[in-house]
Design a protein around this ligand. Structure first.
Ligand code: SF4
Length: 444
């Protein structure tokens, strides 16, 4: 049986490095000149109000432009680039427009005729991913002859890594994304992610590891300048190699285990041929999990400052991206509130999230974050005083009301402002470090 080829190259120079990556395994040779090509970058987060760390979070525009130039050299003209950026409001088109403009996608249009697509403004098609699980998938991606999947080489707090498979989740509708974080113990997030490429005609995976990320996938992770590029026509091989480069065994990544089993593939790379750099020369360990106390009910940042009288349970895979974004903000509010309480414990308050968590008996107040929690636990006998934060995702007004009920008053407008500018302070940790270059996310 012939082995799947995976190319690994050290990023050194614009165009030349990506050329070496692609040409060393003749990756574009099989794409017909009249093929419809859809590029899927990763823009997991965008903030149009403030600058924020993109390193290790967003696919670099450097790699995107180089891929486009090489496609053009192969005579391929029908190229789109599409993403469905996570925002609180699915009708928000300004965020995607701002991201596409600032990342240089409109320059790609002018220079090379590439068509930028906000997938939320285009049709979705209902597809069965082959398991009876129906999903609304971007019609443009389904219609493409080739999807060039270009995630960042990074870790993920729920999926362990987010590479070729996971990046395709950005091609489904918002309700489908919520459904993906299922409470079903078998057909859970990991199982669903493993099905994502099933209905696409052909997927080429390119992992952009110019910057990699620990404790990803978002802007609060820790980025490294790693200078690695990986490519393969086989998504599973690319992701297993990517995982090893992040210092994580593929067997420790549940969705890769599911995908390998479905394809009857070994996970020791014995059926993969590496072309270029050796994995062992470049692999560095990346932490992916967020640390909580032993009981799993207080995250490290709250543990460190000695928060008492409050439980904030660790997320599970049923917590979807939309509530997950709010979680970070809630933890920050609690941290700030604790600092002004001068050691006075909270009144036995518990926060619950996702679709699975159940209340701890004996707590005085239970805050249910999001509609999933409200539906699950609204009649739970162990809840003394229920404080629901309704909405899917939760509304800021309900967040403010919930905090008020545990003695934390948030000024009107503060939450919206936190949302808008909260990302800016994370730039500080990259200040004075010249290896973190903003120019990787621009196209001249
Ligand atoms: S309530 Fe939260 S976790 Fe549940 S589907 Fe809505 S946004 Fe996702």
């Amino acid at each position: 049986m012939s082995k799947s080829k995976v190319s690994i190259v050290k990023y050194e120079k614009p165009l030349e490095s990506v050329r070496k990556l692609i040409e060393s395994i003749n990756l574009f040779d099989e794409i017909p000149k009249d093929a419809k090509v859809f590029i899927k970058p990763n823009i997991v987060y965008w903030n149009r109000f403030t600058n924020f760390p993109k390193w290790g979070v967003i696919t670099s525009s450097r790699v995107i432009e180089d891929v486009v130039v090489l496609l053009k050299e192969h005579g391929i003209d029908d190229i789109s680039i599409g993403e469905g950026i996570v925002t609180g409001d699915v009708k928000d088109t300004e965020t995607a427009a701002d991201a596409f403009e600032k990342l240089g996608y409109n320059v790609l249009k002018e220079k090379y005729g590439v068509n930028p697509i906000n997938t939320f403004q285009r049709p979705f098609e209902k597809v069965d991913l082959g398991t009876g699980f129906t999903t609304k998938f971007s019609s443009d991606a389904l219609a493409a002859d080739v999807v060039i999947d270009i995630p960042v080489l990074k870790t993920h707090s729920q999926a362990v890594v987010t590479l070729g498979f996971k990046n395709l989740k950005g091609l489904i509708s918002q309700p489908s994304r919520k459904k993906f974080h299922s409470a079903d113990p078998e057909k859970d997030l990991h199982y669903n992610v493993a099905q994502l490429p099933n209905k696409l005609k052909k997927v080429i995976t390119i992992l952009d590891g110019i910057y990699t990320l620990e404790r990803g996938p978002a802007i609060d992770g820790k980025a490294h300048r790693t200078n690695i590029l990986v490519a393969s026509a086989d998504i599973l091989s690319a992701d297993m190699v990517g995982s090893k480069l992040l210092g994580i065994e593929p067997t420790d990544v549940p969705h890769l285990v599911v995908a390998a089993k479905a394809r009857k593939r070994p996970m020791d790379l014995s059926d993969v041929e590496i072309v270029g750099e050796k994995i062992e020369d470049l692999a560095t360990h990346h932490e992916w999990d967020f640390i909580y106390n032993e009981e799993g009910d207080l995250p490290l940042p709250l543990l460190r400052i000695g928060v008492k009288g409050l439980k904030y349970r660790k997320y599970d895979s049923s917590l979807c991206t939309y509530c997950s974004g709010i979680n970070g903000m809630l933890l920050l509010i609690i941290k700030n509130a604790w600092q002004s309480r001068k050691g006075k414990p909270f009144d036995n308050v518990e926060f619950l999230n996702g679709k699975l968590q159940e209340p701890t008996p004996g707590m005085n107040k239970t805050i249910l974050i999001g509609q999933c929690q409200c539906n699950k636990n609204k009649d739970h006998p162990d809840i003394k005083e229920m404080i629901p934060i309704k909405g899917c995702p939760p509304s800021m007004e309900d967040v403010r009301h919930a905090f008020s009920q545990i003695g934390i008053e948030l000024p009107g407008g503060m939450l919206d402002n936190t949302n808008r500018s909260g990302a800016g302070y994370l730039m500080a940790k990259y200040k004075g470090r010249p290896e973190f270059e903003e120019s990787f996310f621009q196209i001249a």
